[in-house]
Design a protein around this ligand. Structure first.
Ligand SMILES: CC(C)(COP(=O)(O)OP(=O)(O)OC[C@H]1O[C@@H](n2cnc3c(N)ncnc32)[C@H](O)[C@@H]1OP(=O)(O)O)[C@@H](O)C(=O)NCCC(=O)NCCS
Length: 334
């Protein structure tokens, strides 16, 4: 798109469906291949159009709500975007947000204007904390938010494993040792217990509490199920499970991605009392084996910088770190 740099910039509410295409171009210009107009529209369809934000009995913001604005130049071209939102299951008091500015229009005060709008909206609704993310590969992003009172809460980045270079023999009898210790390794496809999905949900809720990459608690079961077992890119045979007796104690799960031959590890979690016994590594080795059988050439995942066990497992399997983002928080009131 051709853009005039001297344009008058104004903020206005996002219009749907009119803005989908231009917003998609902006988001993909900043992070290529990150979204489609269709996926934004689909996501919108799942979200109520009317907010019901309210204060709960503890005086903290609760319920659902969101605001979305675009920055537009005098030719009507969208050169910036900001949204603030909360889902009903998120920690009371918290609001999330995202914002971005077209690279040719940075350092002109547009980002500051968008962020100020989001912060005003959060303050009008008496939110306690405004959270957001900034990419670690965009210069100036972190200082920009730090100058506006945000602090870094987490640093989450991608990791990639080249399966063509992967040498299974190097990991010797890791899987065998876990099985010898009495732990059964299986998949969701092979487990036919009716209650498995609820057990899996409880396992994820419990283990996610120790994941520094996890912000707030997991959504309720139905919402979690949509996110954890999406029809489009999950398969029951790609949910690798560890079982002790009849107790589900660990999981590692693969998703397919839009990129041919690339699979993504969505989540790995082991119950606290079973950690440090090589179970996560064994499940990941099982998932690597399945990925290779499925013809994948690359496995990706993401993990928080301070997640020592997960970082160690990934590095020891040969994953190479890549781009990521900082999760940032601003305290608005006590
Ligand atoms: C991350 C997690 C899945 C690891 O499970 P685990 O079964 O204890 O991991 P393993 O026993 O297979 O450990 C594998 C390696 O990590 C090392 N490790 C395990 N815990 C560690 C710790 N607390 N600090 C440092 N190293 C650790 C082990 O020594 C082992 O190293 P090695 O391969 O060189 O022998 C588990 O800690 C967990 O469920 N955490 C909460 C959920 C989470 O953060 N998931 C990741 C989301 S990205």
């Amino acid at each position: 798109m051709s853009l005039s740099k001297s344009s008058e910039i104004k903020l206005r509410d996002m219009k749907v469906p009119e803005d989908y295409e231009q917003l998609t171009s902006l988001l993909n210009m900043i992070d290529p291949g990150s979204t489609t107009a269709q996926s934004i529209e689909e996501e919108d369809r799942q979200i109520p159009t009317v907010s019901n934000l309210k204060m709960n009995e503890d005086g903290l913001l609760a319920g659902f709500g969101r605001t979305r604005v675009v920055a537009e130049d005098d030719k009507g071209q969208i050169i910036g975007y900001g949204a603030s939102f909360r889902a009903p299951w998120v920690e009371p008091g918290n609001l999330g947000s995202v914002f971005c500015v077209h690279p040719d229009f940075r350092r002109k005060g547009i980002g500051g204007k968008i962020l100020a709008h989001l912060e005003n909206w959060a303050n009008e609704h008496h939110a306690s904390v405004l959270s957001s993310i900034v990419m670690d590969w965009i210069d100036d992003s972190l200082p920009f938010v730090q100058n506006r009172g945000f602090v870094v809460d987490a640093h989450i980045f991608d990791l990639e494993l080249d399966l063509n270079q992967f040498n299974n023999a190097k990991y010797g009898d890791t899987v065998e040792q876990v099985i010898q210790s009495g732990i059964q390794l299986t998949t969701l496809a092979d487990l036919t217990r009716v209650e498995t999905e609820t057990e899996l949900y409880e396992l994820c809720v419990e283990t996610a509490k120790d994941n520094p990459g996890q912000y707030s608690s997991l959504p309720p079961f139905e919402q979690w199920r949509k996110e954890f077992l999406p029809e489009a890119n999950s398969r029951k045979e790609w949910v690798f499970l560890a079982i002790d007796g009849d107790r589900l104690i660990g999981v590692s799960q693969l998703f397919s991605t839009e990129d041919e031959g690339v699979l993504y590890t969505n989540y790995t979690g082991i119950l606290k009392e079973y950690r440090g016994r090589g179970i996560a590594k064994a499940l990941k080795l099982r998932s690597i084996e399945a990925a290779m059988k499925a013809g994948a050439h690359t496995l990706t995942t993401d993990s928080e910088e301070k997640n020592a066990p997960m970082q160690l497992i990934n590095r020891s399997l040969g994953y190479i770190p890549g781009k990521g983002h900082y999760r940032i928080l601003k305290k608005l009131r006590k």
